[in-house]
Design a protein around this ligand. Sequence first.
Ligand SMILES: *[C@@H]1O[C@H](CO)[C@@H](O)[C@H](O)[C@H]1NC(C)=O
Ligand SMILES: *[C@@H]1O[C@H](CO)[C@@H](O)[C@H](O)[C@H]1NC(C)=O
Ligand SMILES: *[C@@H]1O[C@H](CO)[C@@H](O)[C@H](O)[C@H]1NC(C)=O
Ligand SMILES: *[C@@H]1O[C@H](CO)[C@@H](O)[C@H](O)[C@H]1NC(C)=O
Ligand SMILES: *[C@@H]1O[C@H](CO)[C@@H](O)[C@H](O)[C@H]1NC(C)=O
Ligand SMILES: *[C@@H]1O[C@H](CO)[C@@H](O)[C@H](O)[C@H]1NC(C)=O
Ligand SMILES: *[C@@H]1O[C@H](CO)[C@@H](O)[C@H](O)[C@H]1NC(C)=O
Ligand SMILES: *[C@@H]1O[C@H](CO)[C@@H](O)[C@H](O)[C@H]1NC(C)=O
Ligand SMILES: *[C@@H]1O[C@H](CO)[C@@H](O)[C@H](O)[C@H]1NC(C)=O
Length: 500
Amino acid sequence: MALISVILLLLAALHHSDGALHFASYYGDHMVLQKAPHRAVLWGYGPEGEQVTVYLLGPFLQKVSSAPVTEGIWQVTLDPVHAGGPYDVYAVSESSMCHLADVLFGDIWLCGGQSNMYFNTSQIFNASEELALASKYPHVRPFMAALKASKTELIDLIQVEIPWSVPTTSVVAEFSAVCWLFGRYMYEKLKYPIGLVESCWGGTPVEAWSSPRALKRCGLLHNEDNSMLNKTILWNAMIHPFLNMTIYGAIWYQGEANAEFNRDKYNCSFPAMINDWRMAFHRGSGGQTAPDFPFGFVQLSTNRNVSTDDGFPDIRWHQTADVGYVPNSRMENTFMAVALDLPDKASPYGTIHPRDKQDVALRLTLGARAVAYGEKDVSFQGPFPKQILPLKTSINITYDQAVSVKASKNMFEVCCPEKNVSCESKSIWCPAAILAWNQTSIQLFSASCPPSKVAALRYAWADWPCEFKACPVYDASGNLPAPPFITNRYAGNQNIWRST
Ligand SMILES: *[C@@H]1O[C@H](CO)[C@@H](O)[C@H](O)[C@H]1NC(C)=O
Ligand SMILES: *[C@@H]1O[C@H](CO)[C@@H](O)[C@H](O)[C@H]1NC(C)=O
Ligand SMILES: *[C@@H]1O[C@H](CO)[C@@H](O)[C@H](O)[C@H]1NC(C)=O
Ligand SMILES: *[C@@H]1O[C@H](CO)[C@@H](O)[C@H](O)[C@H]1NC(C)=O
Ligand SMILES: *[C@@H]1O[C@H](CO)[C@@H](O)[C@H](O)[C@H]1NC(C)=O
Ligand SMILES: *[C@@H]1O[C@H](CO)[C@@H](O)[C@H](O)[C@H]1NC(C)=O
Ligand SMILES: *[C@@H]1O[C@H](CO)[C@@H](O)[C@H](O)[C@H]1NC(C)=O
Ligand SMILES: *[C@@H]1O[C@H](CO)[C@@H](O)[C@H](O)[C@H]1NC(C)=O
Ligand SMILES: *[C@@H]1O[C@H](CO)[C@@H](O)[C@H](O)[C@H]1NC(C)=O
């Protein structure tokens, strides 16, 4: 340690920091680098042909050298470093050096999406209490990319909005509430540093965050070079630059913008984006970011209390690749926070921006604990039907877990078409009232549609299905809402239908 310090001090004395050697934009003082067993990747710019040596000085010491700087860029992959810190990171070449101070090792989560992810902590319920807590979490470190677009894939950010920071009231006030609260709640559980990278933009469709590869997979891009470029501009400027950094996982709050834009493709475009990001981050980090890194997302909350179909129910369903819950075989290693029971009629930011982000983040945290960290016995999914049994005059639904139930006349709906065809959002649906229930099942009755004629059943299929935390079906604790579902007797996921 002493020797390295002496060398560094000598170097620092000999050379001005002339900027010849520097880190990429998203490496900075106070940052979090991905901890062991992953290996953090560091890169930057330097004088052509020179070798760069990175020294890590802190609780543990490390020295790694790069290949000669090529096309102005150097890169090193550190040996695995356990959670903790602080470290000083020096990058030293023959002619100059640069330095990062107060670097911690922990887990890095990328936070993406549209305005509900962008929604900052000063806008939520209890904002002043949340902001007052910010400085109590010095090991949860925010970073935010500026809102920028590009027609070509960039290797670095155009601009940084919030540099890596030790959280203060003012930093957290302008930072994503969902991202911050998720990081803070995860920290409470993990007790080691969490790095949060916010990269999101209001009003944006999933296509803007997707690579041409992912769009092609869903038939959304026929000609890679021109007409559909708007669909990739944020991928180019706000995601692609991060591919070289090692990350642990991502959380995502988006979909509102797709309720009226390529809605019917979302069941392909969303899973395709997730899998493409995974492949690209894995490759960009030289294999350090897991090829199946955990991906959590918020199922759409509410927008308008209307009876007409505005696309929200379809998007919620498509967010699960039309399965109803995650993880599933089309969306492995994912987790979802159901949010349709958290409407906010009085939100000054518009009803599409509900202010209760605490429950959203809490539900995401449960999913992350179970799926991303493999914690056993964490309940993170609301009840889902295991079996549907049409009886003589009623229909019995058996759930995969114990339920707590509130009576409802219309939250369940049945469809009885003339023929045995499948029903969709546009079909004619009739309300089915909850007649009775026990610990694990619910009995439904519809006056206008006899069970023998029922071809499909759906639940909570409305933009705004219930008032705040007042949907009919929750888990036994009453905290996790049942996600919406649609099931056809003669098509799709009909295997849960039974006959007497
Ligand atoms: C939070 O977001 C709102 C809406 O975008 C904005 O007006 C406000 O200035 C932001 N607050 C901070 C502290 O950045
Ligand atoms: C791309 O965005 C620009 C500016 O928002 C718009 O004028 C143009 O029509 C868009 N192109 C496509 C193909 O959507
Ligand atoms: C996606 O949804 C559309 C429209 O609802 C449907 O026609 C299509 O079969 C679904 N595709 C997949 C892959 O689930
Ligand atoms: C970053 O990752 C990309 C692959 O996505 C790779 O082509 C590029 O060389 C990497 N850049 C650096 C500086 O490592
Ligand atoms: C939503 O609409 C229903 C039916 O029109 C009404 O009964 C309910 O009170 C409305 N809820 C809110 C929060 O406005
Ligand atoms: C806001 O604080 C009050 C009082 O502590 C609490 O009852 C309420 O649940 C909080 N709201 C949210 C969304 O966390
Ligand atoms: C629909 O299917 C059910 C069971 O598969 C059968 O009993 C019934 O006759 C069919 N109805 C029509 C109209 O095809
Ligand atoms: C249907 O559900 C009701 C209420 O939970 C229960 O009492 C009844 O026994 C069930 N019927 C069958 C055939 O499972
Ligand atoms: C609830 O009702 C179902 C039939 O719908 C039955 O199979 C189950 O045993 C009942 N459970 C309890 C705890 O009574």
